[in-house]
Ligand binder design. Structure first.
Ligand code: BDR
Ligand code: CA
Length: 314
């Protein structure tokens, strides 16, 4: 049997971040979570650091190391999304305050030390929020960029436009300077944009299959999703809300669920109108370097089947 793949999850939980973390926890044969690093995004850092530990405890994974990271974007004021995720970021179920401690030290240092101490090409970075911690780590220790196996991110949007402005997706919008550093770094990137995640609606029949699992983590997840989807159902008039962040983990488990192509992606950092836009050269109309595998299509039923199967294993 092959060794489980080593991953660091960089996150701003968020109900859909919680679903991604739970998908990883339910996949222990394939994935070894070396640590969870938190960042400010959906809600301020104190809440994202709390929420990451709540999820670990809900899944009886107190052994997982959780580090707090950047509390603000590189060059801008923090924009949060309580209007989507609620005041705590994890509104929905009533869950106890966590008792497991945060690890001493900063997320950025944990990322650097882990990439330096693990063999080259062994560690995959999974990013579910603004890219602040990753950009800081790449700036502080440029030697680690070449040691990353792959960076799989939820972020951006192109054919679907944006979800926080007409042009920008939330994770990139919050810290466009950080995204710019990451996309220019040369690290191998797989990008899960809104073009993919908007195909993954939490339809009633899909959520009912999760509810049927009946375990405490599955029950809490269903309550989180019921809270989370209300905003998008109203906004898009859709049957359920789009589930963004678990695409990152699903890609590691079953890449064949997704289809995309290698493209150049650049980040708009100056225009007031389109700041945070991910400009994807999908049609290869320039000769700019192809720096990301951009996903566009997903087998939605296959994705939800994977999610349900793995939630049942937690
Ligand atoms: C992204 O923004 C956050 O609200 C979600 O957790 C997801 O990472 C979607 O735009
Ligand atoms: Ca997120």
């Amino acid at each position: 049997m092959t060794e489980p793949r080593k991953i660091i999850i960089d996150t701003d939980p968020g109900q859909d971040d919680a679903a991604a973390i739970m998908l990883a926890f339910g996949s222990r044969d394939e994935l070894n979570v070396l640590g969870i690093t938190t960042v400010a995004g959906n809600v301020p850092l104190s809440y994202t650091s709390r929420n990451a530990r709540i999820i670990c405890e809900l899944c009886e994974r107190r052994d997982v190391k959780v580090f707090a990271g950047a509390d603000a974007p590189l060059a801008r004021k923090l924009v949060t999304a309580e209007h989507v995720h609620g005041k705590t970021g994890l509104d929905g179920p009533s869950l106890p305050e966590p008792t497991m401690p945060l690890q001493p030290g900063h997320s950025v240092d944990f990322i650097i030390e882990t990439l330096r101490s693990e063999p080259e090409g062994a560690v995959t970075l999974c990013t579910l929020g603004p890219l602040t911690n990753i950009a800081l780590a790449f700036q502080k220790a440029p030697d680690i960029v070449a040691r990353v196996r792959e960076l799989v991110m939820m972020g951006g949007g192109f054919f679907e436009g944006g979800n926080i402005t007409p042009a920008a997706e939330f994770n990139i919008y919050v810290d466009p300077e950080a995204a710019d550093i990451v996309f220019r770094s040369g690290v191998p990137i797989v990008m899960m944009p809104l073009d993919v995640t908007h195909q993954l609606l939490t339809r009633k029949d899909r959520v009912a299959r999760m509810a049927a699992i009946g375990t405490p983590p599955a029950k809490a997840m269903v309550e989180m999703l019921e809270f989370f989807e209300r905003f998008d159902i109203e906004k898009y008039g859709s049957d359920g809300g789009p589930l963004h962040d678990p695409t990152v983990i699903a890609y590691l488990l079953q890449p064949e669920l997704f289809k995309g192509r290698d493209c150049n992606v650049e980040i708009e950092v100056t225009s007031e109108l389109t700041v945070g836009m991910t400009v994807v050269d999908w049609w290869h109309v320039t000769d700019r370097k192809r720096n990301a595998k951009v996903m566009r299509f997903v087998d939605a039923d296959g994705f939800f089947a994977l999610l349900t199967e793995r939630f049942a294993r937690i």
